[in-house]
Design a binder for this molecule. Sequence first.
Ligand SMILES: Cc1cc2nc3c(=O)[nH]c(=O)nc-3n(C[C@H](O)[C@H](O)[C@H](O)COP(=O)(O)OP(=O)(O)OC[C@H]3O[C@@H](n4cnc5c(N)ncnc54)[C@H](O)[C@@H]3O)c2cc1C
Ligand code: FES
Length: 349
Amino acid sequence: MVAKHVINFEPVDIEMEVDEDEVILDAAFRQGIHLMHGCREGQCSACKSYVLDGEIQMDRYSTFACNDAEADEGYVLLCRSHAYSDCTIELLNFDEDELLGGIPIQDVMTRIAAIEPMTRDIVSLRLAATEPATYDFKPGQYADLTIPGTDESRSFSMATTQSTPGQVEFLIKKYPGGRFSALLDGDLSVGDEIKMTGPYGSFTLKEGHVLPVVCIGGGAGMAPILSLLRHLNETESTRPVRFYYGARTADDLFYVEQIMALGQGLRDFEFVVCLSETMPEDPSAYPFAAEAGNVTDVVARREEALNKAEVYLCGPPPMVDAAMEFLEVHGVPQDQVFHDSFTSPVTGD
Ligand SMILES: Cc1cc2nc3c(=O)[nH]c(=O)nc-3n(C[C@H](O)[C@H](O)[C@H](O)COP(=O)(O)OP(=O)(O)OC[C@H]3O[C@@H](n4cnc5c(N)ncnc54)[C@H](O)[C@@H]3O)c2cc1C
Ligand code: FES
C-alpha cells in the first residue's frame, strides 16, 4: 500500500493528504484545491513554493524554473514534488478565489468537428464534447489532449469561451515530427475521438479587477488571448485593452477581422501587429497598427505606464522569457503579470 502524508499549506491554513507516488499539485487538484500552476512539467516556475518543514523530493525539472541554489535553500516545484513525510509548505503565489473555488478537472471524450489551416504552420482544431456533452472552463485556461493511441498528452489553450459550451477551439502550431501537432497534417480527421482533460492554468481574468489589460502574444499564443478578448467582449468590459501580436511576416497573421470586430465591442481597444522579419510596403493600408521589430521592442516603444496595467503574456518560451525580463526591468509588479509559456515536454532541459 502506498504511504500517505499530510500537507499543511501556509499562509492559507489548508490541509490535505498526499500519496507518496503522486505529485503534490495533482493531489491538490484531486481534493479540489487549485494551487497556482502553469506548465505542470517543471519548466515554468509558476508552482514554486517553499518547504518550511518535512521531506520532499522532486522528479526531473528544468533548472530555469528552480535553480540549484534555490533548491538547496528549500524551494520546490509542486508539480514535480513527492512528499516522504508530513510537510508544511509556504505558498509564494496563490489566488484566494481560485484556491477552493476553481473549476473541477473534467475528463471529456470529444470528436473532431473541424481541422482548418490558418497559416503555413498554425491549424485551428475544433472539438465537440460527446461524453459528457459540455466542458466547463474559464477564458484563458488550457486542456490536456491525449495523443491518440497513447497515454501521453500535450497541453493546448482554449481559444473560445463558455458561449459555445460543447465546442472548443484550439490553435496549434505544427512542428515537423511533433508527436501531437504533426498528426494534424492528415493523420487526424473530422469525427476522430480525442480525450480531453482540464481545465488547467491561471492565465485568467480576475473578478473585479479594473486596470487596463495589455496582452502580448506570439504564434499560437493567439489562442488564450482570443479567449480573453472574446470574454471581455461578451461581458461588455469597460477596461482599456491593448493586444500586441508578434509574427514574422504579414503572411503569418490570421483572425485579424475577428479581432478587430471583438475590439469594436470594447470601449478602448488597439491591436498592434509586431513583424520581426518583413514589413509590408504600405502598413497604413491595414485596419490595425503594424510595427517593425520583435514584440518586446514594440511594447517598450508604445507603452509608457505598463506598471499600471495587467499584462497577459503567452506564446513560445523564448518570447515569454524575454518579455518577463523586460517587464521586471520596467517595474511591473509580479502580481500584475500572468503568463503561459508554451513549453514542450521534449524540449525541456
Ligand atoms: C500551458 C501550455 C499551453 C500550451 N498551449 C498551446 C497552444 O495553445 N497551442 C500550441 O500550438 N501549443 C501549445 N503548447 C505547446 C504544446 O503543448 C506542445 O508542447 C507542442 O504542440 C509540441 O508538441 P508535439 O507533440 O507536437 O511535439 P513534440 O513531439 O513534443 O516535440 C517534437 C519536436 O518539436 C519541436 N518543438 C516542440 N515544441 C517546441 C517549442 N516550444 N519550441 C521549439 N521547438 C519545439 C522540437 O524540435 C521537438 O523535439 C502549450 C504548452 C503549455 C505548457
Ligand atoms: S514548473 Fe510547476 S507548473 Fe510550471
